[in-house]
Design a binder for this molecule. Structure first.
Ligand code: PEP
Ligand code: MG
Length: 750
């Protein structure tokens, strides 16, 4: 690959220019060196440093040097006299920033040094044409039309994606802007594409010549439909990396690994039946991907609708192959085709094809999700709640997710497990190879791959301080906590398994303020029986030494669908049949759960609460079913307040409950109309929003001394929010087990 060297007076400027250019290469590596400034802050240029940078950047294909001005140019010329192979070096007269970006895209897609230098030299073309829009239009015909959907038009990042992909085809592809009546430009040149001035809703035409012209044109049109992979959410992924679970994780990168799937021997049941099986699996996969809300998976969705692939599969089914075999053979063919491409970026797409192919096969064969192989820092696009629940804190030092947000269920589960986590770190993290040392801080959201010894030492020190703080808080963890003015606040733990309950006890939890019973229902083929439920609830109570446990009835639906009661396809599952609505629609299963809870409540202190209550009628219906299930002295009955309607009408619910438990995760999501798992909205969903604070105040005022108000959403674990909640009138908090000692400390300080 052609190397690049950036020569300038300011190191900060050069480094930032390199960062900007690297954004444009679609995650593909770039050999770029900076020789700028005399040190971090002193302006100046140094010929020796430049010659060393040239040598470092040259892997045999030569180097293109970009400079700012004055002594940078003179020093670069001087440096040329010091290098061994000056013939391989081109000093580019291009403007530094624009030239570097154009050069970077060309170099990363395998252009030779002359092409790279030409691209750089053309770097100003886009800007020039922008200021001379009256340039003569050529009247041309004959292309395929598509619309630019990107909000900011075909700006640098989507244009870079277009150019990169087009270059991989054996075709000469051209584009013109039909809306402005521009002339044709080669689609293989970023700088020429920039001259199209393509804005949102402009119509472009694409045409091609050569062996793979048709494929190339189709690819461009398909890419255009997904905004060239640059949705706003994709952009936001880069800027909203956030801490999701505190703590420092250091270890080798690990990814979720796919065990090879064995195809069963069953013969075809006829091509129509097999086709239906496949279509259902495709739909299931589409739903699964849709639930992740991540533009990272747009390419996967595209594949599920790929005509070429589906025609091939259909033909195989018609020849008598069963669906798994046909799907597997057809997707392997596509993955192999990607593998054979010389371009490393497109080669990498073979992995995408294999991943989605496996996902469909799993759906087709009703197999469990992939497992984790190896110990270290887990890097993943996102995790389903089931994946996250399976994480073992002894093996996983930390989790870094490309998408997600701090109140997504996956993030909550990492916090419950005490595993440091960062969410919304952007798709680049997926390209960090297995085994690379990664250091991450789940408090700040920082992630470093391959840290220098100094950085590593700093992370180790942070980890030590974190452990020390925890240990200090742990010393007082089992004592009751009261505020400075003597108000006792019970601090409970949110648990999702027996193991969590043990962690809760070890961390001094006063109770289990929220038992997410979903864990018993997800990830299996049928609902647990009454006896099974009784056994597990009992075990949780025992693990907590007989302290009160608050069993929340099943909160299925939305992002936690039950495999054996698949929800109807819902356009907005979070606004759909979830929580109590789901239980009331499946009364038999609900009745069994209520029976199990009542049975346990006869043995040990139990509270029951219903999730996602919206209306008084729903609550009454639930209470009527609970009454059917029998009596248990001491059983406290409560509801979650996580829908704004319920918060606003808190007073109307009071006759039917002993307590309210505010679920700030959902209450925030529904109040701000911002889905909790959507990384692009984490600026809205993180922290205590004033509107949510008002709703909490309102609930507390309505509750007065009649019913207890607890908070079990993630905000209860935020040490800075705790005093505000207590001031509102909240008297119980329930948090991830590992946070209990820290929250108790915050209570004592309040
Ligand atoms: C909440 O919504 O705040 C809550 C505690 O419930 P869950 O996170 O399980 O939806
Ligand atoms: Mg909730």
């Amino acid at each position: 690959m052609v190397g690049l060297v950036v020569v300038g007076h300011s190191r900060a400027l050069a480094t930032a220019a390199v960062a900007l250019a690297s954004e444009m290469t679609q995650g593909r590596p770039l050999a770029v060196e900076v020789a700028a400034g005399l040190d971090e802050t002193t302006f100046g240029t140094d010929a020796v440093a430049i010659s060393e940078a040239i040598t470092a950047a040259d892997s045999g294909d030569g180097v293109v040097v970009l400079m700012d001005m004055g002594s940078a140019v003179l020093s670069a010329e001087l440096a040329l006299e010091m290098v061994d192979e000056p013939d391989r070096v081109i000093l580019s007269p291009a403007p530094l920033v624009e030239g570097l970006i154009a050069a970077a895209v060309a170099a990363a897609s395998g252009a030779d040094r002359h092409e790279v230098a030409d691209e750089a030299a053309n770097g100003l073309a886009g800007k020039q044409s922008h200021f001379q829009p009256e340039s003569p239009a050529e009247e041309q015909r004959g292309g395929t039309r598509f619309k630019v959907v990107n909000e900011h038009g075909l700006h640098a990042r989507p244009a870079a994606r277009l150019v990169t992909e087009v270059r991989a085809f054996d075709a000469r592809v051209e584009l013109r802007n039909a809306t402005t009546g521009s002339g044709w430009v080669p689609a293989s040149s970023l700088t020429r594409v920039a001259t199209l001035g393509a804005l949102q809703n402009h119509e472009l035409e694409v045409r091609g010549q050569g062996r793979e012209a048709a494929e190339a044109v189709n690819r461009v049109v398909a890419l255009a439909a997904i905004g060239f992979g640059d949705t706003d959410a994709a952009a936001a992924n880069h800027s909203h990396a956030g801490g999701a679970s505190p703590g420092v994780g250091i270890g080798p990168a690990v990814h979720l690994s796919e065990k090879p799937i064995e195809l069963p021997d069953a013969p075809s049941q006829g091509s129509d039946i097999e086709w239906r099986r496949l279509t259902e699996a495709l739909q299931k996969t589409r739903d699964e991907i849709g639930r992740l809300h991540s533009p990272i998976f747009d390419a996967h969705l595209l594949l599920l609708e790929d005509d070429d692939l589906l025609t091939d599969v259909r033909a195989r089914l018609d020849r008598g192959e069963p669906a798994p075999q046909a799907w597997s053979a057809a997707t392997t063919r596509i993955a192999d085709e990607f593998d054979a491409l010389p371009d490393p970026y497109l080669k990498g797409r073979a992995a995408d094809v294999r991943a989605v192919a496996q996902q469909v096969l799993r759906a087709l064969l009703k197999l469990p999700p992939p497992t984790l192989d190896g110990d270290g820092v887990l890097l993943a696009a996102d995790l389903t709640p089931a994946d996250a629940a399976a994480l073992d804190p002894k093996r996983i030092a930390g989790v870094v997710l490309a998408s997600g947000s701090p109140t997504s269920h996956a993030a909550i589960l990492t916090r419950t497990r005490g595993i440091p986590a960062v969410v919304g770190a952007g798709p680049r993290i997926l390209e960090i190879p297995d085994g690379t040392l990664v250091a991450m801080d789940g408090g700040t959201g920082d992630v470093v791959a391959d840290p220098s010894p100094g950085v590593l030492a700093a992370y180790r020190e942070k980890a030590r301080q974190h452990d020390e703080r925890r240990a200090e808080a742990a010393q007082h963890a089992s004592a009751a906590s009261a505020t400075g003015t003597g108000v006792t606040i019970d601090v409970g733990a949110n648990v999702g398994s027996v193991e969590d309950a043990r962690a809760a006890a070890a961390n001094g939890a006063d109770l289990a303020g929220l038992v997410r019973t979903e864990f018993l229902f997800l990830d299996r083929d049928q609902a647990p029986t009454v006896d099974e439920q009784v056994a597990v609830y009992r075990e949780i109570a025992q693990a907590l030494g007989g302290r009160r446990i608050t069993l929340r009835t099943l909160d299925a639906g939305s992002d936690k669908p039950l495999p054996y009661l698949p929800p109807p396809t819902e356009a907005n599952p979070f606004l759909g049949v979830r929580g109590l609505r789901h239980s009331l629609t499946h009364p038999e299963m609900f009745a069994e759960q209520l029976t199990a809870i009542v049975r346990v409540a006869r043995e040990t202190p139990v509270s029951i609460m219903f999730p996602m209550v919206t209306t008084v009628d729903e609550l009454k219906a639930a209470r009527a079913m609970l009454a059917e299930a029998g009596d248990a002295p001491g059983l406290q009955v409560g509801m979650m307040v996580e829908v704004p309607a319920a918060a606003l009408r808190a007073a109307d619910f009071i006759p039917y409950v002993d307590f309210f438990s505010i679920g700030t995760n959902d209450l925030t999501q529904y109040t701000l109309a911002a889905e909790r798992g959507n990384a692009a909205l984490s600026n809205l969903t993180a922290g205590l929003d004033p509107a949510v604070a008002q709703l909490i105040d309102h609930v507390c005022r309505a509750a007065g001394d009649t019913v207890l108000v607890s908070v079990c959403g993630e905000l209860a674990g935020d040490e800075e929010v705790v005093p505000r909640l207590i001031a509102s009138g909240v008297r119980e908090l329930s948090v991830a087990p590992g946070l209990v000692p820290l929250v108790k400390r915050a209570v004592r300080a309040a």
